[in-house]
Structures are given as C-alpha cells and as structure tokens.
Design a binder for this molecule. Structure first.
Ligand SMILES: Nc1ncnc2c1ncn2[C@@H]1O[C@H](COP(=O)(O)OP(=O)(O)O)[C@@H](O)[C@H]1O
Ligand SMILES: [Mg+2]
Length: 494
C-alpha cells in the first residue's frame, strides 16, 4: 500500500471516500468485500451511493479492512454520520463551563469503560466532580454518536416525572400521551448517547426508565451521575475518587490564576497548596471555594483559617468527605458580606438555572435594593458559591446542589423562606403576563424558568395555603408553559 491518501473536501460523500480509499489500498471491490466480511454488491451500492448512510458497524468493518489511519477513519465516520442526518452540533444541551477542565486519569478509564458498557453510572459524594467529568467525557466522545443528549434531573422532585423530563429535553413532541414510546421512536434507529445528571433523589424511577429504554433501543448508551448507583444488571457503577494530590494542586492553581493570572507557584507555595488540598480531601468543589479566597486572604492565612474551619464545625456522623464539603461551604459563606450572604440565601429558592433579571426580582427586597443585586451576585460568583453557565447564547447562573441545599437551610433558619418564595411567585406571575400571547416554543425556550415554576408550585402546594392562593396566576403560567412540556399536568391537577 502506498502512502496514505487523506482528504478530498471535508464534506465529501461516503461513496467517494470509500472508492478513493479502496483504490489507494490497491483492492478490488471483491478484495474489500472479503476482508470486511460484506457482500460484493454491498460494496458496489455503497460506492455508487445507492446506500448512502451505512451503519456504524459497517463503517468500522470497512475501515478495519482498509487499514486506514485514525483521521481517515474519522472522515469515513463523519461522512456516514452526515448521511444519517446526525444532530447538528450544539443541540445536545451539553452545558459549557467557563472554567477550565483539569485533566484526570479517571477520564480515560471512563472512556474505555463506556465503550464496553451500555450503562455507566458515575457515583461519588457531592462536589467530587461527577457532573463535570460526565460532561467532559460526553463532549470528547460526542463524535462517535449520531446524537448526544444531556438531561439534568435536579429540577424533577417527583420520580414519576423522570420520563417526561427526558422527553422534554429530547424534544419529543408533546402530543403523545406516552412519553416513553415517544422517546423510543425518537432514538431507536440512531446511535444515541444519553447523559442523565443528578439521579440520586429519583434513583428507582430512573432505573426503571433506563432499563426500558436500553431494552427497546439497541443503539443507546446511557451515562448517568448519581450519589448512589441505579442497581441495574446492565450497569457498571464507577465510584469517582477524590482528586489525587497533583490534580488537586492543578485545580487550585488554575482557579487562583483565573482571578490573578500573574500568580505562580514556587516550591514554598506548592507545599502550602498541597497541604490545603489535603485538608480539603481533594474535593474539587471545596478546592474551588478555598482557591477563590487566595487573593483576599493570602495563602498562609487561608491555610490557617481552613484548618480552624474544617475541624471546628460539622457533625461527626456524616461521611468524612461530605462533612469536609459542608464545613468548607459554611466557611466560605461566613466570609461573605451581609448583603452577599442575604442574596446567596434568597437565591437558593432557584432550583433551575436563572438569569440576572430573575436574581434581581427574587433576591432583592428588605435590606437589598434591586440595583445592588448585580454587584452582589458577581461577588458571590467570584467566590465560587454560584456558577455561571453559557448555554447557547444565554448566560445563566446556577447553584451546585450541595451549596444550594446549604443556602436553603440558612434561608429557612433566618425565617426568610416564605417571603422569598412569594417573591419568586410574583416574578413568575410577571413572566406569565409577558408570555400571555407567546407561542409555546417561546415559552419552552425558557427551560430553566420552567424548572423554577415547578419548584414554586410544589413548594406552595405542600407548604402554605396563603401561597397557594397567591399561586393562582403562577398556576396559569404553569399549566400553559408546563402543559406543553407534558410533564406537569398531573402536579397541577392536585
Ligand atoms: N476535573 C475538573 N476540572 C475542573 N473543575 C472541576 C473538575 N472536577 C470538578 N470540578 C469543579 O468542581 C465543582 C464540583 O464538581 P461537580 O462536577 O459539580 O461535582 P458533583 O457533580 O460530583 O457534585 C464544580 O464547580 C466543577 O466545575
Ligand atoms: Mg453534580
């Protein structure tokens, strides 16, 4: 075989690529058919473009038989995927993060495992990096699938809505009464990677949905994150460990430099950083919280304070890592200014991602004027207690769940929960007016607000008759907006 022939235009059809590579390898159609275990007529119709969208396995057999390089293999796969009408890039809903990803060797392990298993669950304690590594893994292998989808179950408070949440995220038309069949029809004939984040609170329902999907869709691969495994026989549960010392220090350094690009590590600082990361049990979330304080506290003081903080608070019966996490969040919270802390607590009613506008409406009030919210919010973001996501072109803020739970506890403790919920509903009511004459697609674009609507609705139904009365308008938004999403009608019918 001569030197490798790459190329043609990157959009060349599969038929042309195949003919070119076969000739370059010096094979006749018969030779290739025999080596690939395919019929001669199959090769013929592929080269003539009569069969335009070969199955993934066919592509693999052909590439193996031709002995092509990785890049040519990719070209062939791409061409076949294009012909199969693959999902356009950016449609998967995979969140993009503003912060850098720090390489960990677990990623390669997970990648290998996912190629052998149709269901892989990443388990581990809060803040250990499950979501981040799942997203990164999905992004890196996205090319191997016709479609990749990301479904976050955090907003789903009741397990019976798991299926409808998945259907919603996969753009399964709402007309069908049976969401599961809708999903199956949608993905059955396509190589699909389905990422389901945050399964722990509805684990049994996820297990049942995933089991049915895997059974009906032979081309489906599922990647989930959960504090506990789904306990299905097809499942491989992978417990994500803490970051090892080197990776943890990298993360710490990256997060300090994000705020101060001139900051560097010498041997002395390195030792302190290593000590801090060890104190924080190598938990990425705790490391991020601590690193965000270096510029104001300095490294030595940070170490001193963390030692105090981590040994002082926390209840002894919690698993050690969770305790480290909680005490680090408390430590970070205690360092907020009064106004920042107030906003931080109030925003904890937001289960879904939220906009600045939402933060202004829900977070403002007594002791915090609307005009002060943007500044306070960016300070809290700066301290890593709230995250920023860019989904498509919009910017949204979001709590990590362990931090949100902490903030919500404090909000309740301060007696400010009911008031804040009412503000959330007021804001949702305003939104209802805005949406009054909007077509369903416009409403549905506001995914995250729908999550917040649902949170408010379920809180009000179970907590306060006054809130439920006040809810009438929110309910009308809810039934309109959530109705088209298929998942909320049963909740709203109470
Ligand atoms: N490998 C990594 N590189 C960079 N940041 C990370 C990494 N792993 C975790 N993080 C960060 O640590 C925090 C907690 O991670 P996350 O994936 O949300 O944890 P979990 O899902 O286990 O609760 C997030 O802010 C995340 O961006
Ligand atoms: Mg997570």
């Amino acid at each position: 075989m001569g030197s490798e022939v790459i190329a043609m235009s990157s959009e060349a059809p599969f038929s042309e690529l195949l003919r070119q590579q076969r000739r370059a390898a010096g094979y006749s159609q018969e030779d290739l058919a025999e080596r690939a275990g395919l019929s001669v007529s199959a090769i013929g119709s592929l080269e003539q473009g009569l069969r335009r969208a070969p199955h993934r396995d066919t592509v693999r057999f052909l590439a193996d038989a031709l002995g092509v390089s990785e890049s040519v293999r990719r070209q062939l796969e791409e061409a076949a995927a294009r012909a199969r009408g693959r999902q356009p890039r950016g449609d998967s809903g995979l969140p993009t993060s503003l912060t850098s990803f720090i390489e960990r060797h677990e990623l390669d392990e997970l990648k290998a495992l996912l190629s052998d298993h149709r269901l892989l669950t990443i388990t581990g304690s809060p803040g250990i990096g499950k979501t981040r590594i799942a997203i990164e893994l999905a992004r890196r292998i996205e090319d191997m699938y016709d479609e990749t989808w990301f479904v976050d179950l955090l907003p789903v408070r009741d397990g019976k809505f798991v299926t409808s949440q998945v259907a919603l995220r996969l753009n399964v038309p709402a007309e069908s009464d049976d969401d599961l069949s809708g999903i199956v029809r949608r993905i059955q004939s396509r190589h699909t990677l389905l990422v389901i984040d945050n399964c722990e609170h509805v684990v049994a329902d996820v297990a049942s949905v995933v089991e049915k999907l895997l059974r009906s869709c032979s081309l489906l691969t599922v990647l989930t994150t959960s504090r506990e495994a789904l306990a299905l026989s097809a499942e491989l549960a992978y417990r994500l460990p803490s970051m090892d010392a080197t990776v943890a220090s990298h993360l710490f350094l990256a997060r300090v430099q994000q705020r101060d690009p001139t900051w560097s590590l010498d041997m002395e600082r390195l030792a302190v950083v290593a000590d801090i990361c060890k104190n924080l049990d190598g938990i990425p979330l705790a490391i991020e919280l601590a690193a965000s304080r270096v510029s104001t506290l300095g490294l030595e003081a940070l170490r001193g304070r963390l030692k105090g903080g981590v040994t002082l608070a926390g209840s002894r019966d919690l698993p050690a890592r969770q305790q480290t996490m909680n005490t680090t969040i408390a430590w970070s919270y205690d360092l907020l200014s009064d106004v920042e802390a107030l906003l931080f607590r109030r925003l904890s009613v937001m289960i879904g991602a939220f906009t600045l506008e939402a933060a202004e409406q829900v977070g403002s009030g007594e002791s915090l004027p609307v005009q002060a919210v943007a500044d306070a919010l960016s300070n809290v973001v700066e301290k890593s207690l709230i995250n920023v996501d860019h989904i498509g072109t919009s910017t949204r803020y979001r709590f990590l769940e362990s931090i949100r739970t902490f903030a919500l506890d404090r909000l309740r403790y301060e007696g400010d929960l009911e008031n804040t919920m009412l503000r959330l509903m007021e804001w949702l009511d305003q939104k209802a007016a805005v949406f009054d004459s909007s077509p369903p697609e416009v409403i549905i674009e506001n995914w995250s607000d729908l999550d917040n609507v649902r949170a408010a609705v379920s809180w009000a139904l179970s907590n306060s008759s006054y809130a439920t009365m006040r809810l009438q308008q929110t309910l009308s938004l809810g039934s309109r907006a959530l109705g088209i999403g298929t998942f909320a009608r049963p909740t709203l019918a109470h």
